[in-house]
Design a protein around this ligand. Structure first.
Ligand code: CP
Length: 320
């Protein structure tokens, strides 16, 4: 039976949407990271603009809250000279019951060229991509628990910036992995880019068992999980996605899995500490670590602009 084509790629294997990191070839990931590198310097110019998306309309559709992703997508699109429209979902006709696809059809009638979509339902960006005209591009800005591909890519950019090569790295992803679209995107990206040891660290209730099948080492013991790690990615407890008692309490979780300077000392001395944000200080990460010398949490945000510029400029240059 012929294999179904990855809906993110055209017949030439070029990226036309960014929906998930899963299934993207290593060359595509490197192309995005390399392109992001060329955009970093745009942020330092007096006139922070390049004309690559001049005349294009980018619609930001955030059906879930966001600070970093929404703002850096807007900055990235403006730096590429696009016209940016931020739909205020709370004041939109979604509140009157308009369906997602009707909203998309109406915005398409306004000559949208690209939709950047965050949605609580896993798969919503795929649905939109399936129903858009061939010239319209879709970027997933986080869907349910499924995927957050630009966060995964900016995390890879950050790791490559500080550690240069993925092939020697031990990366520990710590915390609420079961609810985390970032964890899934990071694990797919790290696997594709050749990181030899990926650890998923957390209590049994928050670490899915199927990660072992993806070659991930599951550790329920924090010390075992972060010992000699080169990179530690801390994740937020996603209380809004938890049903029932998945944890004894946040303070119990903090005691066992919260990253303190004492626990960080178990990792390599030059280990970097990452977090996609927003951070819960005193829960998954101590302020002394979040604001400390090994934290690269704010550089992650800055790199996000260049990575999102890269994604938007690459997909806009390819046709279905
Ligand atoms: N990392 C991340 O997705 O943050 P926001 O929810 O603020 O966009």
């Amino acid at each position: 039976m012929p294999q179904a084509r990855n809906p993110q790629l055209n017949a030439h294997g070029e990226l036309i949407h960014l929906l998930s990191i899963e299934g993207l070839p290593r060359e595509v990931l490197h192309h995005i990271l390399d392109t992001a590198g060329t955009f970093l310097s745009v942020n330092d110019r007096e006139v922070k603009k390049v004309p690559l998306l001049r005349g294009k309309s980018v619609f930001n559709l955030f059906f879930e809250n966001s600070t970093r992703t929404r703002t850096t997508f807007e900055i990235a699109a403006k730096r590429l000279s696009a016209d940016v429209i931020n739909l205020d979902i709370a004041r939109s006709s979604t509140a009157k019951g308009e369906s997602l696809l009707d909203t998309i059809a109406n915005l398409s009638a306004m000559h949208a060229d690209m939709f950047v979509v965050r949605h609580g339902e896993s798969g919503a960006p795929y649905l939109i991509a399936k129903h858009c005209a061939p010239h319209v591009h879709v970027v997933n800005a986080g869907d349910g628990r499924h995927s957050h591909p630009t966060q995964g890519l900016l995390d890879m950019y950050t790791i490559r910036h500080f550690k240069k090569d993925f092939h020697q790295l031990t990366v520990a992803v710590v915390g609420d992995i079961v609810h985390s679209r970032v964890a899934r995107s990071d694990i797919h990206a790290l696997t594709t880019l050749g990181a030899p040891e990926i650890r998923a660290v957390g209590p049994k209730t928050l670490v899915p068992g199927d990660l072992k099948e993806m070659g991930v080492r599951v550790c329920h013991d924090m010390a075992e999980g972060i010992r000699d790690a080169d990179v530690i990615i801390m994740l937020r407890l996603q209380n809004e996605r938890m049903s029932g008692a998945m944890l004894p309490s946040a303070s119990e979780f903090a005691k066992t899995y919260g990253l303190t300077p004492e626990k960080l000392a178990l990792a390599k001395p030059d280990a970097i500490v990452m977090h996609p944000g927003p951070i819960n200080r005193g829960v998954e990460i101590d302020s002394a670590v979040a604001d400390g010398g090994q934290s690269v949490i704010l550089p992650q945000v800055t790199f996000g602009i260049a990575v999102r510029m890269a994604v938007m400029s690459i997909i806009a240059g390819n046709v279905a």
